[in-house]
Write a protein that binds this ligand. Structure first.
Ligand code: SF4
Ligand code: SF4
Length: 212
């Protein structure tokens, strides 16, 4: 946190690891506020390097799963996504649940976070996990998704691999319904989430209070 992370948690991920990395049973889940835009990936990568440095100095083993935003670059490291997902790290660390829009939803920041993970065999104390969706009766993202891609399913740790969003439909969106032309999708399910707006309102109130 002192290096600029928005949130950090530790999860016991023993039940979610493939055999080849079963010894790395703690996930350090790191989140950065997406409103930092272009700096988000750079900051996440720096935070991962710092975490790895400290684990290495203490003699523990580790594996960094790079930030999702690196995925489109087609790097070799993108193969690591197949091994372990940031969503598992975040939910096991109690930092959020998988929302109906298929993204990690944090109680304070909603889906407006980018994630990175470092797996380790350091015997860190794990935070209490979140095991069930807290979307409740909300269906804003389902009703307003312009491509009808969001199916409305509720996540729980017992059913972690349901397909909540048709990514094919999401990416098929064209023309004026795309909010950000440079992005592969419209992003409405991020901005519309009440958890994201709660945080924006809080930030605006903080700025206002500072000005007064
Ligand atoms: S990005 Fe847009 S089209 Fe894709 S799931 Fe979200 S709201 Fe629907
Ligand atoms: S908009 Fe509502 S249903 Fe969709 S992810 Fe946010 S809280 Fe969940």
């Amino acid at each position: 946190m002192e290096c600029g992370a928005t949130l950090v948690g530790v999860g016991d991920v023993s039940a979610a690891l493939p055999a080849e990395i079963a010894h790395l049973n703690r996930a350090i889940s790191i989140a950065v506020d997406r409103s930092l835009n272009a700096r988000t990936v750079a900051l996440l990568s720096r935070l991962q390097r710092e975490t790895v440095k400290r684990l290495k100095e203490a003699g523990w083993r580790y594996l960094s799963i790079p930030p999702d935003s690196d995925r489109r670059k087609g790097k070799f490291i993108s193969n690591l996504y197949e091994l372990f997902s940031h969503k598992t790290a975040a939910t096991c660390s109690g930092l959020g649940w998988v929302g109906k829009n298929g993204l990690v939803i944090n109680r304070e920041y909603g889906p407006k976070l980018s994630w990175a993970t470092v797996l380790t065999d350091a015997p860190l104390e794990a935070d209490p996990p979140i095991v069930i969706s807290e979307c409740g009766d909300c269906d804003f993202c389902v009703r307003h998704c312009p491509s009808g891609a969001i199916k409305g399913g509720k996540w729980s740790v017992a059913q972690p691999f349901n397909e909540y969003v048709s990514y094919e439909r999401c990416r098929s969106l064209k023309g004026e319904r795309k909010i950000f032309e440079e992005k592969p999708n419209c992003g409405l399910c991020i901005t519309i989430c009440p958890y994201a707006r709660k945080n924006r309102q809080k930030n605006e109130e903080t700025k206002l209070t500072k000005r007064l």
